[in-house]
Design a protein around this ligand. Structure first.
Ligand code: PEP
Length: 261
């Protein structure tokens, strides 16, 4: 809907070292106009978060962590907790398909992370989506229902206010270099978004379903921004590969702003 705040997230995945991330932020800062109708969220490598948090203009960009461990502290060698990320990030990706499929994160891990983010004052962006096989077997809705039930099991309806859902069909997420991006039809995304809001309504009531923010992610480029943001019930975009180039990412942000006029 025009006028609604849009969320545009750049997920840099395991790309850019601290120096490169800092240069990128400097470049993007010069390109992006400060606009209150579009919340731009950057998700760099965890390593760069501290540096970027000191460099960033918090009115221009917010920061997100790509992953963290759900316990707050203790003997968990190599992990970073949401408690340690307090004050550094405002958002956290949770249950990204690469975490679920490469690192075998379960719904239990995901719901613990959603709860950990909320108790530490960080907004979780809960990523859900079906695989190619589930898609071709007609299981999309069941998968979305299961992932919502699993991911939101530990939170109350008051806490749901903090949660953002990102619908990302696994088969549409560019696997990185060399893979062909897949275009998902807006009608399929619209069906999935309806299913998501239906299930949120079932779990938390109609007003929660109406107000929750739902984003789309999967090979978004500047040329597909308008068609996805035009979908009823879509509040923004989660962008991977196309966010790695500051000029391209700025094009996406500009198009999101134009949609809101
Ligand atoms: C993502 O990282 O969540 C994503 C959607 O990546 P891409 O835009 O590259 O498909």
């Amino acid at each position: 809907m025009a006028g609604d705040k849009k969320f545009i997230i750049g997920n840099w995945k395991m790309n850019l070292n601290i120096h490169e991330a800092s240069l990128y932020l400097h470049k993007l800062s010069g390109l992006v106009k400060n606009r209150r109708d579009v919340e731009v969220i950057l998700a760099p490598t965890t390593l760069a978060l501290q540096t970027l948090s000191l460099q960033v203009n918090p009115r221009q960009f917010k920061l997100a962590v790509q992953n963290f461990y759900w316990r707050d502290q203790g003997p968990y060698t190599g992990e970073v907790s949401a408690t340690q990320l307090r004050g550094v990030v405002q958002y956290a990706l949770v249950g990204h398909s690469e975490r679920r499929h490469i690192f075998h994160e379960t719904d239990k891990d995901v719901r613990n992370k959603v709860a950990a983010a909320i108790r530490n004052g960080i907004r979780p962006i809960l990523c859900i989506g079906e695989t190619a096989w589930e898609h071709s077997s007609g299981e999309t809705q069941d998968v979305l229902y299961d992932q919502l039930n699993g991911g939101l099991a530990n939170i109350t309806s008051d806490e749901l206010d903090q949660v953002i859902i990102a619908y990302e069909p696994v088969w549409a997420i560019s696997a990185g270099q060399g893979s062909e991006p897949v275009d998902v039809s807006p009608s399929e995304v619209a069906e999935a978004v309806k299913a998501i809001r239906r299930q949120i309504s079932h779990l938390f009531g109609k007003s929660a379903a109406d107000s929750i923010k739902v984003l789309y992610g999967g090979s978004v480029t500047p040329s597909s921004v308008a068609e996805y943001l035009n979908i009823d019930g879509i509040n923004g975009l989660l962008v991977g590969a196309a966010s790695l180039n500051a000029i391209t990412f700025n094009e996406i942000i500009k198009k999101a702003h134009d949609k809101n006029r």
